[in-house]
Design a binder for this molecule. Sequence first.
Ligand SMILES: Cc1ncc(COP(=O)(O)O)c(C=O)c1O
Length: 493
Amino acid sequence: MIAFKNLIEIKRGGEQAVYLQIQNALIHLIQQGVLTSRLRLPGSRDMAVQLSVHRKTVVAAYDELMSQGWIESVPSKGTFVSGQLPEVKPEGLVQEARFSENAPFGFDRIEALHRIEPALPSSLTLDEGTPDVRIAPVTEIFRHYRSVISRKYNAKHLNYGPFYGDLSLREVLVKHLQETRGLRCSVDQILITRGSQMAMYLSSQLLHREGGISIVGETNYIAASLTLEHAGAQVMQVSVDDKGLVTHEVEALCQEYIIRSVYVTSHHHHPTTVTMSAERRMHLVELSREYGFAILEDDYDYDFHYQRAPLLPLISIASNGNVVYMGALCKIVAPAIRIGYMVAPKDFIASAGHLRRIIDRQGDAIMERSIAQMILQGDLQRHSRKALKLYHARRDHFCNLLSEHLSDYLSFKIPEGGMAIWALLRGDMEWGKVAKDCKAKGLMIPDYKNYDQLGLGHNGLRLGFASLDFDEQKRVVEILNEVLEAYEKRIKK
Ligand SMILES: Cc1ncc(COP(=O)(O)O)c(C=O)c1O
């Protein structure tokens, strides 16, 4: 007779109900071949005694197992492991079911996409330029979300809806984009995405599934390069100087090859933060017209410009329809609020919508409606002004600290906008070593390798200032100073 009390371990007060623990343990024993097909199980009373549980608990477990087809009851004979189950060779008893770490089947590991996972927020982190989530307008988000979800007439939005995104948000964006960016588009030229990254993915797929060349800057936002390459693009680089992407180099490549797309972060080049000059903007738009490529304009931080009003995006000066514009509210509201958008000609948006549908049936319709309300009622704009003022002050404070304490080691230009400084480390020092020593002192800094995919050795790193208050900035600079001073002493030895 099988001693079930030795085979089934019950954790009382655990997260799982006792009858489920019994049910799962019996399934496990059947799957392992310990309980074979047609084996008679103890009656519920006996089993209850063996396991020291109430009989009703065993009955509940048996009922569940019966309805799932693992066991069967034969009138006036008892309860048996189902005779329909395939025979399993016992493999010896494994008490704890452990899920295999490695898939026993073949699959494409897409190694090229594997990067270091973002660090969990440690006590002190110098990021690559992210907003301060502590000032996120959570009260407003919560108010609108609650109001949207609690209104009876909104219940229909809990159902499947348009995969292009909530209509009210698209309508509000038509007006908002025109007011803030001079961008004239209609509702069917907008697709709501989960952040600009999804827009980048969708457009890369539509443009490069059959290959083709995409041009990016020789320092570039790594995720964009990876997304383009993953879609099938052959990525070529052109220089980036203090006026942004060097468009004459784009022109030279156009004369030699057929170019399908040019990726650009025109407002503040990622990573170097420079704003693309008006002349280069005009030139790039002109080239797109002449050579018929798509401009992928990633306007990830349009809202943050400190020097003057932001420059209008390329899409607002290009009436030829060659620009696919990607924006998001992730930087202005909070990165975890995954709402972005793509603006492009109607046929492109239609295809992007259908492609999006097979990855993610639709976005978060309730959140999208809430954000539409936030824009309509001016909450987003108020928050944007508040954040702009705060980040402006933080930029100045951080730049002053860097000039005062770290100018022997770093050089940088004050960025006109955005949330990060592009800092070049002295040629005889390496960011990798600095990062290691900073970590030992409790400070995480970005991974420098992300910025130098070509191995040019420019020794640059993005230092995010927006998410740190003045005290945190001071502490970061103190640690960097200690680390760099010690580094210098090592070099001189
Ligand atoms: C240049 C650039 N583009 C796109 C993104 C992705 O942003 P989102 O959170 O909107 O997907 C980022 C995020 O940091 C970025 O820096």
